[in-house]
Design a protein around this ligand. Structure first.
Ligand SMILES: [Zn+2]
Length: 150
């Protein structure tokens, strides 16, 4: 596929995707090309050089790299705050360990007093809980909190 920057007789610019350069020319001569804004069929290639979508794939890869860099930076920036938040959660929740799914259910169905709990659950168990409408979130527990004896 090739992308051309196109302009119409009324100076609108837009992108057109074509199987090949020849296909663009064929459609242009057959006046099968219309401006998406005004419908004008006097469409010509814009000033910019055409580019193939290999280029945009590369650009997408660059964007992805930028995004992951940004995400990493963001994680570092909010790390201390998240750690404080998790410490707060841990200080204000009952540790029910492996009984977490069962306890979460009991609380949800009001078979146990309303309270905030934490514990472990498998991915399947978490999915089951969510299917039942029970809100649970995974928190990354900082290592120093895991190592701390209770
Ligand atoms: Zn136009």
């Amino acid at each position: 596929m090739i992308v051309f920057n196109l302009t119409c007789g009324n100076d609108h610019s837009f992108e057109g995707w074509f199987a090949s350069s020849a296909e663009f020319e064929r459609q242009q001569h057959a006046t099968q090309l219309n401006c998406p804004m005004c419908g004008d069929s006097t469409v010509s290639k814009g000033m910019n050089a055409p580019y193939v979508n290999i280029g945009s794939a590369q650009q997408a890869a660059d964007n992805a790299a930028l995004t992951s860099k940004a995400a990493a930076a963001q994680y570092i920036n909010i790390g201390a705050e998240v750690t404080r938040m998790i410490e707060h959660l841990i200080a204000n929740t009952d540790d029910v360990g492996n009984d977490f799914p069962e306890e979460a259910r009991k609380i949800h169905y009001q078979e146990a007093p309303e309270r905030k709990i934490r514990g472990s659950a498998s991915r399947d168990e978490v999915e089951e809980l969510r299917d039942e409408g029970i809100e649970v979130v995974a928190v990354p527990v900082p290592r120093h909190l895991l190592d701390k004896p209770h």
